[in-house]
Design a protein around this ligand. Sequence first.
Ligand code: SF4
Length: 335
Amino acid sequence: MGDSGRRPCPIFFCMRYYTQNQYFREHFGTRVQKLSVDGGFTCPNCDGATGSIVGCSFCNNAAFVPSYCQPSKTIASQIEEGIAFHRHRCRTSPLYLVYFQTYSNTYASVDTLRERYLQALQHPSVVGLIVATRPDCINEENLALLCELSKSHYVAVELGIESCYDSTLIAINRGHDVACAFRAVRLVASYGLPVGGHFILGLPGESRTDILKGVGQINQLPLTSVKFHQLQILRGTTMEHQYLTDEQFRNSLLLLSLPTYISLLCDIIERLRPDLVVERLASEVPPRYQAVAERAFRRADGRWIRNEDIPPLVDAELARRGTHQGSKLHILNSK
Ligand code: SF4
């Protein structure tokens, strides 16, 4: 990517990395809350279009979405329930972004996409959309629609990239390769839309060194934001079966304890371009979905680590090291 598309490097206000809250405050002048909805889409890795009906080996969509997200409900009622859900958790905001999260939210005809997106944008408190999808479900037609909507609303695309290595994507039955993902990032960015990349840390066969090398590739992409989270082995997935039955598979996983995970996140952030928004650093699912008890992600007192526990731990570790986002970019640049 040339430098022309990049924003100037931000001054990190509260944390030693560029948080999503900071980005939204810069963009909207206030706090903005994301509201997940289920738009009733499916995905080509589940319906046979990629040659697979079992999906990615780690995937269990039900584990990630709040209980109010049900495709049987209208998008309007999911938004109302979502606002109430966040109010209950004291996450009130004057502005909301509807997050089409489950499955592949550009995997339908443009007419269907238009109808579902417009339903979301009709709500008076909704100022925009974040559309999560697979890289092979992005094309000129759906981007033209998103671009049209972006003239009046904030519209961003989030792409599931997951890994910078083809061998990993094959191992998790992803159904597309790295080149496809990187092409999609460039295509979305060429339409002037913010584009986020989602990555999973600890996928089978990836070492810490592999992950850190991947940061160099991430930095070269015209991404606006990145999301990282630890691999979770969820009930009902192919990966659960592999974990329980295949010792070689178990040995191919990076078993990250909480301290090693925090340390890895800090190593990544230090190597990350400073203008990349770091949206997320962890993921949590209700314990009933956990196939493998993540001892690693419990505190000494046995309490589960929550998503919101991770950023302060990362910030404290960066402070202890005297570093911040991008402070070790030169390590990658000199290789
Ligand atoms: S992770 Fe996404 S692309 Fe993979 S099977 Fe699940 S919904 Fe489909």
